[in-house]
Write a protein that binds this ligand. Sequence first.
Ligand SMILES: NC(=O)C1=CN([C@@H]2O[C@H](COP(=O)(O)OP(=O)(O)OC[C@H]3O[C@@H](n4cnc5c(N)ncnc54)[C@H](O)[C@@H]3O)[C@@H](O)[C@H]2O)[C@@H](O)CC1
Ligand SMILES: [K+]
Length: 508
Amino acid sequence: MYIVTAEEMYEIDRYAIEHGGIDGRILMENAGRAIAERLIKQEAGSQAAAVIVGSGNNGGDGFVIARYLLQSGFRVKVYQLASNQKITGDALYHKQLFINQQGLIEDNVDAEMLQDDLPNYHFVVDAILGIGVKGEIRSSIRPFIDLLNKSDKKVISVDIPSGLPANEGIDKDIAVKADFTYVVESPKQSLFTEWGAPYYGEWEVVPIGIPEQAYSNHSSLKRWGKQAFVSTFPKRDTYSHKGSHGKGAVIGGQRTMPGSVTLTASAALKSGAGLLTIATVEDNIPIIASKCTEAMYQVLEDRDGVITKNHTDLFKAFDGLAIGMGMGRDEVTANFSQKLIQALDMPMVIDADGLHHLKPILNTVSERNHPIIITPHFGEMAMLTGYTIDEMKRKPFSIAKEFADQYQLYVVLKGKFTIITSPYGDQIVNDTGNAGLAKGGTGDVLSGILLAMIMQNQSTMAALGNACYIHGLSAEMRVKSGENTEIDLLASDVIDGLSNVFRTLSDV
Ligand SMILES: NC(=O)C1=CN([C@@H]2O[C@H](COP(=O)(O)OP(=O)(O)OC[C@H]3O[C@@H](n4cnc5c(N)ncnc54)[C@H](O)[C@@H]3O)[C@@H](O)[C@H]2O)[C@@H](O)CC1
Ligand SMILES: [K+]
């Protein structure tokens, strides 16, 4: 499923109209009808609805919805915030159809009047502003947004909660806090940002008949989901052997942090890696071996438990590496991982302390045959890029894209919405997961799953999308099944949950 900016949505609409020959009025009809059909089911117990419309095409969708609600027996009134002259084009066409069916419209509404009327309705449809909103919300509109946010009526927004920008990087002004949003055709970027998502409430995308080819060249951002996993995750060949599924190494774990590499290695094995070696300090090995019996070991030299060095040649024969978990930031350790990263051109996942080691040598890693995948959370990404965390949160998509392009890396920017970016500008969002994942160790688990996935036979973007998808899904399923709550979910539970995830996904 594609995710779009406002500009991309307009281009896609234009393409469908110009090349597909679809009339804009039909797209509006499709949008309004699809939303009304769902609303009629969703609000089956109610009898009365207020539809609040602005002067643009979002309001036009509102007129279509009002007509279908009226036809199916709802008591409906449209509250038109603008004067009659302001309603033009496709919206005017659909306004007229509503009038032809004896639909009631109150024009030039003032907020006090609407406030007095609201108790008469069971729910409110918000079609005031869509993706055409620009700049500060005008004073004529603000009181209505305020009113909806203060009222106890259920508010259902059309396309986007009115007032909320579609794109990242725009300062949010006042916006409707919807209970439910019917997103028209494609989710907009703000739905997958921490600042925007809470305004949408629950949401569903309604298709309006735009052909798939309208999206090519007009959107490079996709939401990863079950369908994407099922169509890209390779089936295990009956005649395969352990060498067919990747021989990986996890490099890290100074003496005070044996748990991190254990989690990464266990997660990699549980996600299908064929052979797994843990390279860590000697003292850690008995501790780790008691938890992860399937791994092999490579001793890293240490001084008082701090990793000092090893021969990079020892890691030449692997198919993929995960570096940095629990590794520590001592200068001598950093020198070792920098040497390793520079000497070996093979797929590698760099996480945690490894990201700090990587920073000074970023300029040296862009010319490679095999991908480097970095997995920062917002704080680590701020450290790498020099942006503040607030700036990162404001425009995570473009900052990740800029960084991936500059250093020719794959970036897995971890958060409530994990944004995966390729050096070529493609992006994927993963939104599986829950608050239980906000805990130490879950990042180590993700690195292990990523390592396993990049050693299977699938494209790098699919591997990264699939890894993030199952990591979050495991957390969700552990909580849904009652095995854990979001409070007691541990990183190791996420690993245990992978069996159920694979079983469920292979049944699809
Ligand atoms: N072909 C299309 O483009 C389709 C568009 N659709 C709907 O149309 C919407 C986009 O329509 P429009 O481009 O007409 O834009 P909108 O309806 O989102 O908004 C435009 C109106 O909002 C006003 N406005 C803009 N910024 C404002 C601000 N800061 N304060 C107060 N008022 C402001 C403008 O004066 C204009 O009247 C979508 O969100 C979707 O709901 C759907 O009908 C499907 C097809
Ligand atoms: K809206």
